[in-house]
Design a protein around this ligand. Sequence first.
Ligand SMILES: Cc1cc2nc3c(=O)[nH]c(=O)nc-3n(C[C@H](O)[C@H](O)[C@H](O)COP(=O)(O)OP(=O)(O)OC[C@H]3O[C@@H](n4cnc5c(N)ncnc54)[C@H](O)[C@@H]3O)c2cc1C
Length: 495
Amino acid sequence: MKTLKTQVVIVGSGSAGLSAGFDLYQKKIPFIMLERGDKVGGAGKFGAHGVFAVHSKQQQAKGVTYDYADAFKGLTEYNHYFVNGELLARFLKLSGENIERMDAMGLSATVEQSEQKAHLNDPLVYHKFNNFKSKMDTWDAWPQKFADAGNPVLTETWAVGLDYDKDGGLKAVLAKNNNDEDLRIETSKVIFADGGYCGSQQMMAAKYSDNDALLNLGERKADGTGIKLCAEQGANVSHNPVLFAHGCAPSLRINPMRRQSSVETLTNLPLLWVDQTGNRFVNEDIVYDFAMWANAAHNVNGKYSVILDQATLDHFKQNVVPMEDTFERQFLEPGETPTGTVGPIPNIQADFDDAIVHGEVVKADTIEALAEKLGLPLTALKRTLKVYNQAVADGNDDTFLKSADELKFGVEQGPFYAIKERCAILGTLDGVHVDRNCQPVTKAGQPLKDLYIVGNNVNGLYSDGYPSYEGIANGFAFVSGWIAATEAGKSLQEA
Ligand SMILES: Cc1cc2nc3c(=O)[nH]c(=O)nc-3n(C[C@H](O)[C@H](O)[C@H](O)COP(=O)(O)OP(=O)(O)OC[C@H]3O[C@@H](n4cnc5c(N)ncnc54)[C@H](O)[C@@H]3O)c2cc1C
């Protein structure tokens, strides 16, 4: 076994890990960062588009009046008081300064209107990265900077255990690397920033009955290591599961991160949706709120179908349709204006034919055949179409209340198509109970000495699902990494 020595081990190099590393680097506190992958970054690098903050300098300059008190009360009430108030407060109070700090890290962001049509009139809280590509490059440059200052970043190396004693505290973090070497890293503190557990089939299946249907766009190297190791030392991990459900898509091949197929464009519009019982289940306009859209799908076992007919497909092929693709704004750079329309889409038939071959779309000449191919009860499906077509004809959806301008496309004549949608997830958001310093606590509320846990690994911000406060998961990851590093540094000084 190889033995290394340092003062702090950071497990994971995503948003929370990088943020913790930056703090220790600035304070010249020696650390070793472990990263399971062959590159640094996690979901923070490959995924996130921005961060939430209140009271940033940019918000103050723009005269944004929404501030700490609004966010604190808003999130507490939104989550029905299932929050860790002290942690939420500390996060929110540091969130504004975190924007300047991220700027110093080379991760500049600009406060701007929400990316979601349902939230265009929300207060200005979302700070969007100025340039996605340069965010990735900045991240990739950090391991060298850390190493030059004497802080190795060990990629393809992952934490597997702790040498820990409740009274004596932490002695070492145990790790493995892809050369099958065992490492013992003697250290005084560890910060678990390993991104939750969406990569653990076992943990996911234990919490989610629709796990098989979920489309995992999250960091699949996150297998719950930190959560499990803290639990082994007595940390309280009992909490409602909090799925980071966000949008829906047919497959990993056709999803919003790729934006290559018009099957995805039609996924992102309020057309007719039916669940596994053949019934409508929501006002499809929910498509304009990513978290609530996915929650609605999660609520019907993680899957549903978009139903359309050939006439609708042909209409999109030839016309500009005044409906907004819900993901359009997410892929604009700051300052760019959305069109708010889709089409004409000349290649739509080819995209659908291709998706049929890959099983993402089902086509049938009759409703009977469509119901059979999808495994839906025919009577219910026929009733749904009848009621929906009447709503389109009347411009009045008196059940789900979809607005008249979104009731554009009835489903009348074959051939019929169904896009098979799945609830997409960006990760998980429950794990370990912590105190305001991001130290794991026991059921009795006792902090576990020398251990810190952050980012997607932590309970306390959400009751049961991701809220429509854009950028909050990533904002919290950066701030919690910073809190943990600050507290670990203080504790080292006091020792
Ligand atoms: C596609 C996508 C888009 C997103 N968009 C947004 C957004 O716009 N706004 C927002 O707020 N949030 C967004 N998120 C969520 C946000 O990215 C996460 O909340 C944030 O990255 C969490 O930070 P983290 O440090 O906890 O985990 P990550 O950033 O995922 O980092 C975890 C790291 O730990 C590593 N690791 C795992 N296990 C081990 C181990 N045992 N040893 C060593 N290393 C390990 C992983 O490989 C990974 O690099 C998005 C996520 C995705 C997937």
